[in-house]
Design a protein around this ligand. Structure first.
Ligand code: ACO
Length: 162
């Protein structure tokens, strides 16, 4: 089992994983147009933290780091149907937080959570209260009707993974 962060970088193995993750998002996020999923997954401003087991993608989180603003926007998050509620979503988020802090230099995440995923994000430390100053994110992330804006502060020191 491994946690890897990849983007569209012409590496064949990364491309196979990104396509695997695209298929999970397409199935688990039925309200998202498939072309939109593919566009963001393959966009070089986005990165995807994935769980890979026996070279198969189990799930992942696609995000866009805004390095100058020190926050990241989570676009998509899903675990494949038969592996949900086994703890992968929690471990994935922990690897993402550690990578975002130590590699991207981010202090916060923002996401538009689907109604039914608010509970998951709340357990990962996300709140509906937005404490980040509006100047830091306004104009960077688009308003989106289909979800609830949630924020998570990344602890500057906590070891999130073992
Ligand atoms: N609502 C409430 N609580 C939840 C939900 C949910 N939808 N999903 C998981 N939880 C809880 C679990 O019960 C668990 O609680 P516990 O720690 O008290 O046991 C905790 O959250 C973490 O569970 P994990 O097993 O780590 O979560 P999982 O691996 O199932 O991943 C995820 C969670 C990503 C939401 C997964 O269930 C999934 O893919 N769902 C369908 C797609 C989806 O809704 N994605 C989010 C859309 S919003 C967006 O992408 C920005």
């Amino acid at each position: 089992l491994k946690f890897v962060c990849v983007s569209n970088d012409n590496n064949d193995e990364h491309m196979v994983w990104l396509i695997g993750l695209k298929n999970i998002f397409a199935r688990q996020l039925p309200n998202m147009p498939k072309e939109y999923i593919v566009r963001l997954l393959m966009d070089r401003n986005h990165k995807s933290m994935m769980v890979v087991r026996r070279n198969l993608v189990v799930g992942g989180i696609t995000y866009r780091p805004y390095s100058s603003q020190k926050f990241g926007e989570i676009a998509f998050c899903a675990i494949t149907a038969d592996e949900q509620v086994k703890g992968y979503g929690t471990r994935l988020m922990n690897y993402l937080k550690q990578h975002a802090r130590d590699v991207d230099g981010l202090t916060h995440f923002l996401t538009y959570a689907d109604n039914n995923a608010v509970g998951y994000f709340a357990k990962q430390g996300f709140t509906k209260e937005i404490y980040l100053e509006k100047e830091r994110w306004h104009g960077y992330i688009k308003d989106y009707d289909g979800g609830i804006l949630m924020e998570c502060r990344i602890d500057p020191k906590l070891p999130y993974t073992d």
